[in-house]
Design a protein around this ligand. Structure first.
Ligand code: ADE
Length: 261
C-alpha cells in the first residue's frame, strides 16, 4: 500500500513513523508513506496556504490551488494502469463519517490512499466537492488539525495489512475486529500479590479456554459497550451467554433496588 499525506506540518509525522510497527512495515516495503508539505505547492513569496473567508467571519480557510496542485503532483508520481483503482483522497475533518474498525478494514483494501490534513476554520468547499472522495472524522470533538487524525487512521489501517503484525491472528482477535471487545489477557506469574490468574486459563484444556474467552468477550461487551452487541451475528452458544448475563444483571439490579415503602 502507498499512503501520501498532505499537510502544512510534515515534521509532525517524523517521529511516529520512525518507531515500532510503522517503521518495520516501511522497512519491509509493506507500505510506503510519503509526507508532502502543502506549502511547497504555493507560488507566492510567503507560501500562503490560507485566506480569509468570503462573507466574513472568524478564522482562515485553506486555499484550493495548493491542495489541487499537491494532489495532482502525487497522482502524477504513480503509474496509472487502467485496471488499478484511482486513489482515495481522504479529508480528515470533524464533518466526516465516523471512523471505526469496519472503515479501517475497508481502507486497508486500497492500493493507494491520499490523506489531506485540514486546518483553520476549514478548507475551501471546492476541494471537498471536486477533489476529495472520502471524509473521515475520528470522533465528535474538534482537534486543531487533521494530522493526529491522519496518524490514527494510518496506524489502524497499517496494522491490518498482511505481514505487518507478527501473526495474522493478532489482528483477528482484536477488540472491535469482530464487532465486540477482546477478552482479558494474563501472563506470568500465575499469582501476583493475592490475585490469581483465572483457573480456566491454567487448565491447559483448549476447549475450556476458548469457552472462557467467548464468555469474557460477551460479558465485557455487555458491561462496557452494550451498543456493540448484534444478536443477529451471534451463534447459538453466544446468544445463550447474553441471555444468561442479562438475567444475572436483572437479578442483581433488583437486589440493589430500594425496598418499596
Ligand atoms: N480535524 C479536527 N478535528 C477532527 C476530527 N475529530 N476528526 C478528523 N479530523 C479532524
Amino acid at each position: 500500500m502507498r499512503i501520501d499525506v498532505l499537510t502544512i506540518f510534515p515534521q509532525m509525522f517524523d517521529v511516529p513513523f520512525s518507531f515500532g510497527i510503522f517503521k518495520r512495515a516501511v522497512d519491509q516495503n509493506l507500505v510506503s508513506i510519503n509526507v508532502h508539505n502543502i506549502r511547497d505547492y504555493t507560488h507566492d513569496k510567503h507560501h500562503t496556504v490560507d485566506d480569509s473567508p468570503y462573507g466574513g467571519g472568524p478564522g482562515m480557510v485553506f486555499k484550493p490551488e495548493p491542495v489541487f496542485e499537491a494532489v495532482a503532483a502525487v497522482k502524477a508520481q504513480v503509474t496509472t494502469e487502467p485496471e488499478v483503482a484511482e486513489p482515495l483522497v481522504i479529508l480528515l475533518t470533524p464533518q466526516g463519517r465516523l471512523f471505526n474498525q469496519r472503515i479501517a478494514t475497508e481502507l486497508s483494501g486500497y492500493r493507494h490512499l491520499i490523506m489531506l490534513c485540514g486546518h483553520y476554520e476549514g478548507i475551501d468547499e471546492r476541494v471537498v466537492e471536486h477533489l476529495v472522495t472520502d471524509e473521515i472524522s475520528i470522533g465528535d470533538y474538534v482537534l486543531t488539525g487533521g494530522e493526529l487524525p491522519a496518524l490514527v487512521v494510518i496506524d489502524t489501517v497499517i496494522r491490518l495489512l498482511p505481514g505487518v503484525l507478527g501473526s495474522e491472528d493478532s489482528a483477528q482477535e482484536d477488540s472491535h475486529m469482530n464487532g465486540m471487545l477482546e477478552y482479558p489477557q494474563y501472563t506470568r506469574p500465575s499469582v501476583f500479590r493475592d490475585w490469581p490468574v483465572p483457573e480456566a486459563l491454567l487448565s491447559g484444556n483448549h476447549a475450556q479456554i476458548a469457552r472462557w474467552r467467548r464468555q469474557q468477550v460477551i460479558q465485557r461487551t455487555l458491561e462496557r459497550r452494550p451498543d456493540l452487541i448484534d444478536m443477529s451475528k451471534l451463534g447459538q452458544e453466544e446468544k445463550q451467554m447474553v441471555e444468561q448475563f442479562n438475567s444475572l444483571y436483572k437479578a442483581k439490579s433488583s437486589l440493589n433496588k430500594e425496598p418499596e415503602k
